[in-house]
Design a protein around this ligand. Sequence first.
Ligand SMILES: Nc1ncnc2c1ncn2[C@@H]1O[C@H](COP(=O)(O)OP(=O)(O)OP(=O)(O)O)[C@@H](O)[C@H]1O
Ligand SMILES: [Mg+2]
Length: 264
Amino acid sequence: MSTHTRVASTGSRADAPAAGARIGLTDAELGRPGAAVLHGVDLEAAPGEILTVVGPSGCGKSTLLRTLAGLLPALAGQVTQDGRPVTGPGADRALVFQEDALLPWRTARANVELPLAIRGLGRAERRARAKEWLDRVGLAGLERQLPHRLSGGQRQRVQLARALAGQPRAVLMDEPFGALDAQTRAGMQQLLVEVLRGTGATVLFVTHDVDEALFLGDRVALLADGGLTGIRQVPRPRDRAAHDDPATTALRRQVLDSLGTKVL
Ligand SMILES: Nc1ncnc2c1ncn2[C@@H]1O[C@H](COP(=O)(O)OP(=O)(O)OP(=O)(O)O)[C@@H](O)[C@H]1O
Ligand SMILES: [Mg+2]
């Protein structure tokens, strides 16, 4: 499917500028030297797409994300961004982790400002941009709080603001809502959809939660022990009303089945 079709089909993101990166793996072997966990992975996320990744614990989801982030070299094959090899971390690829990755001694605002400072933005612009993003994620008035004074959901909002404030072309999210209760989690999914609107960023989103994968993703990549077992198109991305559709129900069953699948 063409990028144009995909962006148009997502409705809410149709107005997004073409800012997203095309990121991919070609015949890639991933893992640590002497301990490959994924073999022969061919995967490409199109600009502006949300590609969710599901798979059983330990199959290599975080390994895949860290490789795309440039934190872990591929053992074989290619890792590319817009056709160029990824050789290390880049400011245009932001990471959001499940674990709380905020610096505890810095306020919410100072945490959001940090990557902007590293990129050389002046103080006034940093402040303005951090405030704008903290407002957008619903944290107006909490800019000066230290992370330990914030709830788990609020800390994830700060992480999200920090990731997006740098105007990344790709956002790599590793079970970012995994530690949140179901209601907070649903709220964060909605917030993510809203804050991504208009950014055009390509998103890879790892989750254990099949419903989360089917709500957020344009497509769902299925990982199993050893490799990628398939990629499925989501019938109605980011539409809560699609939850009980026959097409969604059928896909949910396929994805759940795949979680028990082993690659031969
Ligand atoms: N730092 C490391 N050094 C060596 N092996 C590692 C390291 N991190 C992970 N592994 C191994 O690589 C494999 C894949 O781990 P990975 O963290 O990618 O799985 P995952 O799918 O993200 O699991 P989970 O759903 O539990 O987060 C596992 O067998 C794990 O033990
Ligand atoms: Mg993991």
